[in-house]
Write a protein that binds this ligand. Sequence first.
Ligand code: SF4
Length: 321
Amino acid sequence: MNYIFGPVPSRRLGLSLGIDPTAVSGPFNDDRRADSKVCNWNCAYCQLGRTRCFTTARASYYPPEAMLEELRETLATDSARNIDWITFVGSGEPTLSSDLGTMIRGVKSMTDIPVAVLTNGSLFSDIRVREDLMSADAVLPTLDAGTEELYRRINRPHPNYNFERIIRGMIAFRARYSGKLWIECMLIAGVNDDEASLHDIAAAMKRVAPDEIHLVLPDRPPAEPWVKPADEDGILRARTILGGVARTVYPAEVEFERGAIQDPLEAAAAIIARHPMSNEELARSLSLWGVSDTETAIRMFAESGRGISVERHGKTFWRAP
Ligand code: SF4
């Protein structure tokens, strides 16, 4: 599988089958194979590491029919019965694919499973991007800051972007979009979890008027070591202050389920390329393919060379080499 991965347990969407619209592993991207992601931001908390392929231009990364064919095969397997969402997410910013609208409409014509798009929201000022997203059932943009200064510190965007333009883009999208608009806010200790920063974020959120605000923590290895998850106090503060704007959700973890890929190591490698996993998550994932003891599961994966381990808060995580 080049473009489809999972299903992956998502904190916000239950069991989610992933589609990577900017996949760099496809046969049409040989020259980009070395890059782990394609993005117009370089978030300090990014679980895919620092942005090396920094771009603002939308492009076609592979023919949409190739992905739709993979999806058709996946949906024909037993594992498709349990999928809650089909989610556009992956190795970078999905709206950088100029085929996103075609892909979403193609998926909608193939299945009744709802479609979500995880995006940083930076391109909503482009009417073509807003149109592309209209057929999705849920759109989940990011808003981690309420000021230009904090936006630059956390999301470290391409110099072409500015905070006000992004908020205006989100407002324009909200004005026409009838699906679910759930904004994600990453809470970083000592950076955006203090009262003043949260009030700034609440003011920006109020202008956009999302249906829900999803609080998330940088609990996977971030691009920068100074990024730490907010503690209980910070989460409570955020729930209180942002709760005045919209229903504020702090999602719990969900369990892994076996996907369509038959080889356990291949399945795990496809997931960690987009979503790094802890030792426990990796073992739980591999157990779905019959690998029952944790030690064996981890050893098998380490020996396969399909992932590298990194330490974070006393925990071991696996990410793509
Ligand atoms: S977190 Fe998302 S938006 Fe930020 S750098 Fe990583 S891929 Fe890009």
